[in-house]
Design a protein around this ligand. Sequence first.
Ligand code: PEP
Length: 250
Amino acid sequence: MRTKLVAGNWKLNGSLSSIRELIDGMLAGVDAVKTAGVAVCPPAIYIPEVTAMVKDSKIAVGSQNVCDQDSGAYTGEIAGAMLKEFGCEYAIVGHSERRSLYGEDDAMVAARFAAARRNGLKPILCIGEKLEEREQGVTEDVVSRQIDAVIAVEGISAFADAVIAYEPVWAIGTGKTASPQQAQDVHAFIRGKLAALDAGIAENIIIQYGGSMNAGNAEELLGMPDIDGGLIGGASLKAADFLAICQAAG
Ligand code: PEP
């Protein structure tokens, strides 16, 4: 039986004082979240502060990316072991902003996914189509290609310790949410694709939805059978909104 997971992606937002206020707000209400897992992914420099603040709570911490390499001359990158050392449990990989703004292609995302796993982090693999790809009817081809790139490097078994976040690019930060049925259709496709290779992994893997999920639309989205939580951007920056989504997850 899958439990849901709601993760907040804070992106490049916050200050020491604002993240303290945000975490304090979350700590005050998180006990009302009964079954769902809760995680936050702060800007990397705040990870030590956040892990210290949440250490006696059910809130887990993730990074927004991880280097494909473990050490060496890779200026500006952060290795999986470093993230692990500071208490991270998850690492987002392949977020559409990394793919589109920083040129991370499928092979690079797969290498980062592999680096997360070999350092004991659970990758949250972001996949999803752009608006023109949806309009061309190639959504399934796109998410298939993105998943296949990881399977080619890591094999299907790697998904036993991973999360997938289906994030249609046209819905990220735009206020346009995929309808529950649109999202469900893609989630079911992804699960079916994995099931063709390993039924057990497909049944157990958490497939989050991401893209303008908020306190108002979370319940309907999370009520769909293959939507196992959310990766939340904007709405994760306000404790009350984020907690409302977590509570909608269970
Ligand atoms: C995201 O960045 O992963 C995301 C889903 O953002 P938003 O919720 O703001 O659309």
